[in-house]
Design a protein around this ligand. Structure first.
Ligand SMILES: NC(=O)c1ccc[n+]([C@@H]2O[C@H](COP(=O)([O-])OP(=O)(O)OC[C@H]3O[C@@H](n4cnc5c(N)ncnc54)[C@H](O)[C@@H]3O)[C@@H](O)[C@H]2O)c1
Length: 329
């Protein structure tokens, strides 16, 4: 099969590219990325070669996307390309709408124009808004109504609705997965876990929003990649699949776990003014993924976080290039 992976130089897209290459070495891959600040071509460089090529294209650039589809004969597209950082969406919502909504539309139009190419949209649990901290019995199911809090989540929800509309209106074979917070190697150090690891390694203050009580449902990126692969190969077009690990931790607990592993004092924690509109709790009910596709996460948080901290300790060369800006060369 010939697969187009967009956002392949980002965190989850690169992990998925490595994952797919290993699982399906016979497949041809086109790794697409606009190389925004979040894209890092060094990450995927080891993958390039026979049957795997990289193209620097903006998914919202209709001409460039159409030209790529005319040149290649894709069997499927997995769309990871997006602006992904909530804080940035609060200061610059426009770029989120362009990449996350229009970009998704441009890709789906190309899929339609070239024979109804199978399209998978990688989405987020943030489209459901948040849950109260004092109701641990509540979870997001695929039927929970969309109730977004940030320009980021609103742009992802818009793309999801557009994808479902392309299924219903044009019959485009679309699936959507909505996943909880990911962690693992190659995550850009603006996100909570790598940010805290790097600050701790450098004995700098660890900025924690509010009281650090916000709860996230953490999933190792490899478990997410396996889920996406299952949905792509065996999912039903027109369907949404929630992906999460029942691994809820509040931010302060996660930060303290990292400090303990690195042998750093909790006095490094610096509480800062809370994020505007900060969601309290996300919690996914992944029962459909389990019942219909047999998916279950395999990495326990305790193991995954230990491996991830160790990965950043051992891969200083990767993140040092980000801190000093040379990763963009
Ligand atoms: N990180 C998480 O915890 C998480 C959880 C659930 C869902 N998601 C979703 O997964 C996807 C990937 O997230 P991530 O954490 O890897 O993000 P990321 O920011 O690390 O990577 C995004 C990649 O997309 C590229 N990109 C951005 N705009 C583009 C455009 N217009 N054209 C082409 N490429 C573009 C960037 O250069 C970058 O390489 C996103 O759609 C995100 O909404 C992420």
């Amino acid at each position: 099969m010939k697969l187009l992976i967009t956002g392949a130089a980002g965190f989850i897209g690169s992990n998925f590219s490595f994952f797919w290459r290993k699982a399906h070495p016979e497949d041809s891959l086109v790794l697409l990325d606009a190389l925004t600040y979040a894209g890092n071509r060094h990450t995927i460089a080891p993958l390039l070669g026979k049957n795997v090529r990289f193209v620097q294209i903006d998914i919202a650039d209709r001409d460039a996307v159409q030209a790529l589809f005319a040149e290649e004969n894709f069997d499927a597209v997995v769309n990871f390309a997006a602006e992904s950082h909530v804080d940035r969406s609060i200061t610059h919502p426009d770029v989120f709408l362009r990449s996350n909504v229009l970009g998704t539309q441009v890709l789906m139009d190309a899929c339609r124009a070239y024979g109804g190419v199978r399209f998978h949209q990688v989405s987020t649990d943030e489209v459901y808004g948040d849950l109260p901290l004092d109701r641990p019995d509540l979870f997001f199911t695929e039927d929970t109504h969309l109730h977004t809090s940030s320009p980021y989540s609103a742009s992802k929800a818009a793309a999801d609705l557009l994808a479902l509309a392309y299924f219903r209106t044009y019959g485009l074979p679309v699936t959507i997965s909505r996943c909880s917070n990911n962690y693992g190697p190659y995550q850009f150090p603006e996100k909570l876990i790598p940010l805290m690891i790097l600050k701790a390694l450098e004995d700098k203050p660890l900025p924690v929003y509010g009281q650090g009580r916000n709860v996230r449902d953490w999933l190792h990126v490899e478990d997410h990649c396996r889920a996406i692969a299952l949905v792509l190969l065996r999912g039903t077009p027109g369907e949404v699949y929630n992906v999460g690990g029942h691994n809820e931790r509040d931010n302060l607990t996660v930060v303290k776990t990292i400090l303990a592993q690195l042998g750093k004092p909790e006095s490094l924690i610096a509480y800062v003014a809370d994020r505007a509109g900060h969601d309290l709790r996300y919690a996914i009910d992944p029962a459909k993924m389990h019942a219909q596709l047999g998916w279950l996460p395999v990495t326990r948080f305790e193991d995954g976080i230990r491996q991830t901290v160790q990965w950043y300790v051992e891969n200083r060369a990767w993140w040092q290039k980000i801190l000093d800006g040379t990763y963009r060369q």
